[in-house]
Design a protein around this ligand. Structure first.
Ligand code: SF4
Length: 349
């Protein structure tokens, strides 16, 4: 066990990735980076992290900002509940933890957006606490080291956590976790692991048994459902009507062009759009023409969104539904949006 640790740390000392949150790793930087890295590749995160730090360099600046500013800076990174939770947690830390990010694993897990993995990563990297942090890279490396042929799940995870904890050096817990992450990312990759370059080759049961390409076992992939969506781009002079999504769902509190999904076999999309705007929002619109069709893949489904250029008859213009607002087309960039709404906005501008 000790040998694995020593080899891993030695490899890390020579091969650690240079990342913006690793230079001067304050708890705030570590926390923001770990939230951004949830379900997102390191290369994608880097420019967003830099932009976020330039705008919110410390915890008080984040806590004092409006949520919409935070969403705006986050725009494009996806999984927007992460940004909302980061903002909420910043305010909780100011109010309940005297402005200091807690080092204690239980207190960390009590903050919005922080689960077992993120708490372990923050506690070990920012505070040196001997806590495991089981992300996809660490999971893959340890499954191969132990040659575990098990379906992924809670039991496997608790076995892996136990192993990582046993090997974890108390003096360099954060480096150890990051070493496993980097090894998984650069050497023990999902397809075609570079075993000849691996410092743990002689300790790896999967390598010895030639099973590394089969591991980790994967759950059979479910078919990804598709949704047909219609949306109305309702203009009035140089203004366009935006709707804010409910706070508690997907893309919560982001702005979009009003619409919704319709049955897959809908043939008359303009009529379906008119009907749903009337029934959901009480709006009667005139549909003029189709602006475009946009495809987008979310984690659990894909969409094809048909956007239509629309007008409101004069009588409809006075009372807007709650969370609807007219926006100057030139000001659309100030309203945080998901990818498809932003594409439409760019075409308008
Ligand atoms: Fe991964 Fe190969 Fe190293 Fe084993 S020897 S940990 S399979 S890279």
């Amino acid at each position: 066990m000790r040998q694995i640790t020593a080899k891993l740390l030695q490899w890390y000392d020579q091969n650690a990735r240079s990342l913006p949150w690793r230079s001067d790793p304050t708890p705030y930087k570590v926390w923001v980076s770990e939230i951004m890295l949830q379900q997102t590749q390191v290369e994608t995160v880097i420019p967003y992290f830099k932009r976020f730090m330039a705008r919110f360099p410390d915890l008080p600046s984040l806590a004092q900002a409006d949520e919409s500013e935070v969403l705006q800076v986050w725009e494009g990174l996806g999984y927007y509940s992460r940004a909302r939770n980061l903002h909420k947690a910043a305010r909780i830390i100011i109010a309940d933890h005297a402005g200091q990010i807690p080092a204690d694993i239980t207190a960390l897990k009590g903050l919005p957006g922080i689960g077992a993995y993120t708490a372990g990563a923050i506690a070990s990297i920012a505070f040196g606490a001997p806590e495991p942090a089981l992300d996809a890279n660490i999971r893959r490396v340890t499954i191969r080291l132990l040659d575990l042929h098990e379906q992924p799940g809670k039991e496997t995870d608790s076995r892996l956590r136990k192993f990582v904890r046993e090997v974890l050096p108390h003096s360099r817990a954060g480096d150890y976790n990051q070493a496993l992450m980097d090894l998984g990312s650069a050497v023990c990759t999902p397809a075609g692991p570079l075993c000849q370059q691996c410092p743990l080759q002689s300790d790896c049961l999967a390598f010895q048994r030639g099973t590394q390409a089969e591991l980790p076992l994967r759950k059979p992939r479910a078919k990804v459902p598709h949704k047909l969506v219609v949306a109305a781009v309702i203009t009035q002079g140089r203004k366009v009507l935006l709707a804010r999504r409910p706070a508690d769902g997907m893309l919560g509190n982001l702005w979009e062009y009003p619409g919704a999904s319709v049955p897959e076999r809908t043939s008359n999309l303009p009529a379906a759009l008119q009907e749903l705007l009337k029934s959901r929002f009480g709006l009667s619109v005139v549909v003029d023409s189709q602006l475009g069709a946009y495809k987008h893949a979310y984690t659990h489904f894909t969409i094809t969104l048909h956007a239509f250029s629309c007008r409101l008859p004069l009588a409809e213009q006075a009372v807007l539904p709650p969370d609807f607002t007219w926006v100057e087309i030139a000001d659309l960039s100030a309203y945080p949006m998901g990818k498809v709404a932003r594409l439409i906005s760019r075409e308008l501008g």
